[in-house]
Design a protein around this ligand. Structure first.
Ligand SMILES: Cc1cc2nc3c(=O)[nH]c(=O)nc-3n(C[C@H](O)[C@H](O)[C@H](O)COP(=O)(O)O)c2cc1C
Length: 213
């Protein structure tokens, strides 16, 4: 069965190096038989800075949100079975615009019980490794399954040849492995979701607290 893979481009600034990375990642994902690929560029999603609260949510089962774009964003992300996030390292973490986009997946549980792999890069030797580590921690709170397999690209501005392929063959291998793992996990978790999901752990804790009161 084909899985819906969403590739999220996590940097939006003009002249971003993400434009070196994203075309290669997209091309390689599209050539994987297990995926139907959708590229989600945060430039196309000018989300407000996070501002949700009980008053903006309304119906928990069909939240209103503060702005129609936030509702559309939650619906769009819910369509994915697997996620590949392309992120640079900004101040030892992910860009604020990416964190805000993930925070904006609110109440809807759109990412829950689905796998995530990251492709990280930076201008220097660090290769985005700290961004990947933070991303995995963020994903845990979304109740995702962050995968061990990730792609790390140091010195991004000189990491690709004129055809747009990585100069280091192991970078390409890392992406192959991440895609294989995403395909396996997305199929496994899709089956598991179809079998039935637990009520989100936060909600169970809230219910237990209310019973104790
Ligand atoms: C605000 C900011 C913070 C950065 N912090 C780091 C950092 O902590 N570690 C690192 O290796 N590179 C850091 N860099 C370098 C970026 O990883 C590099 O410029 C990368 O190309 C940014 O991705 P983008 O061009 O797609 O926005 C930073 C760049 C910016 C703009």
């Amino acid at each position: 069965m084909t899985m819906h893979l969403q590739i999220i481009i996590g940097s939006t600034r003009e002249s971003r190096n993400a434009d070196l990375v994203a075309p290669w990642v997209t091309r390689r994902a599209e050539s994987h038989p297990g995926f139907e690929v959708e590229v989600i560029d945060l430039r196309d999603w000018p989300l407000p800075m996070f501002q949700e609260h009980a008053g903006t949510i309304g119906n928990l089962h069909d939240p209103t949100f503060s702005d129609p774009i936030v509702k559309a964003w939650n619906r769009k992300i819910a369509e994915g079975d697997a996620y590949l996030i392309i992120t640079p390292e900004y101040n030892h973490s992910v860009p604020g615009v990416l964190k805000n986009a993930i925070d904006s997946i609110f109440i809807s549980n759109a990412l829950r019980n689905k796998p995530l792999a990251g492709v990280a890069y930076s201008g220097g030797i660090a290769a985005g490794v700290r961004a990947i580590e933070h991303l995995a921690l963020i994903a845990i709170e979304e109740e995702m399954a962050p995968l061990r397999s990730s792609v790390l690209i140091p010195f991004v501005s000189r990491a690709f040849d004129a055809a747009g392929d990585p100069l280091d063959a192991m970078t390409d291998v890392a992406l192959t492995i991440a895609l294989e793992d995403l395909a396996w996990w997305s199929a496994a978790l899709q089956r598991a979701r179809a079998d039935g999901e637990l009520v989100p752990s936060k909600m169970r804790a809230m219910a237990a607290r209310a019973n104790l009161a």
